[in-house]
Design a protein around this ligand. Structure first.
Ligand code: KIV
Length: 271
């Protein structure tokens, strides 16, 4: 295999070009090989190995408990399956806040041990030193502003952020700081649509919205939510594209019936 053929089709530069020509960016999460293989084959632009793995894969209440080693495990599985999409990996809570050397070490581990394309970090001015240090090492960063779930204990709720003028002004400032530092894109989570549209128009880099309206340059959803696997979560911004909870429940119930009634396996299903 040549070196060129290992480079994925979607690059950070390509996302900027998509924004320039007004083509929307589609991003979804994945956390394992089998799902990532299906998602990548659809032609999705970006696969996010989100720290939402803590919720949907591990069953934690918040994203805080997931470790760097666990994120690396998920990311390696996704990268092995992905030929086309850009793979972005969340730096988990506690691996970059407050110490830019620790942040760089965490980012380097993700890039070296997973062969992903980029990392994502939550926050603005307060993490700027870490962002700059990681970018200096040549590691692409996707920012994340608005509702930043790693700060849930500071916010106290998962409600819409930046509704008040002071917080909105800080978000706009942070978005510009991240762009000026060299981030290639920025997630805007659960903020008013008008604010997200303004930020998207002011920035040259693409914004990827989740609960931030149609004015963003792209959209992201957690795959378990949009496929209806995780039915306990129904925010207004979530569109369900399938009801896999019902499909899986039906299939598993049928299997149990078939085993108990001696219908499975039949003669053709044995050796
Ligand atoms: O962890 C995640 O899945 C995310 C998205 C919701 C943007 O950060």
């Amino acid at each position: 295999m040549s070196v060129e053929s290992t480079v994925r089709a979607v690059t950070t530069l390509r996302l900027t070009e998509m924004k320039q020509r007004g083509e929307k960016i589609a991003m979804l999460t994945s956390y394992d090989y089998s799902m990532a293989k299906i998602v990548d084959a659809t032609g999705i632009d970006v696969i996010l190995v989100g720290d939402s793995a803590a919720n949907v894969m591990a069953g934690y209440e918040t994203t805080l408990p997931i470790t760097l080693d666990e994120m690396i495990y998920h990311a390696r599985s996704v990268v092995r399956a992905t030929k086309r999409a850009l793979v972005v990996v969340d730096l988990p809570f506690g691996t970059y806040q407050g110490n830019s050397k620790v942040a760089l070490d965490s980012a380097v581990r993700i890039m070296k041990e997973t062969e992903a394309d980029a990392i994502k970090m939550e926050g603005g001015e307060e993490i700027l030193e870490s962002v700059q240090r990681i970018l200096t090492a040549g590691i692409p960063i996707m920012g994340h502003l608005g509702l930043t779930p790693q700060s849930i204990h500071k916010f106290g709720t998962y409600n819409v952020r930046a509704k008040e003028e002071v917080e909105a002004a800080k978000l706009v400032r942070d978005a510009h700081l991240l762009e000026e530092a060299g981030c290639f894109a920025c997630v805007l989570e659960k903020i008013p649509a008008a604010l997200a549209t303004r930020v998207s128009q002011e920035l040259r880099i693409p914004t990827i919205g989740i609960g931030a309206g149609a004015g963003c340059d792209g959209q992201v959803l957690v795959i378990h939510d949009m496929l209806g696997i995780n039915k306990g979560f129904s925010p207004r911004f979530l569109r369900r594209y399938a009801d896999l909870d019902t499909v899986i429940t039906g299939a598993v119930s049928q299997y149990i019936d078939d085993v108990k009634s001696l219908d499975f396996p039949n003669e053709k299903e044995q050796y």
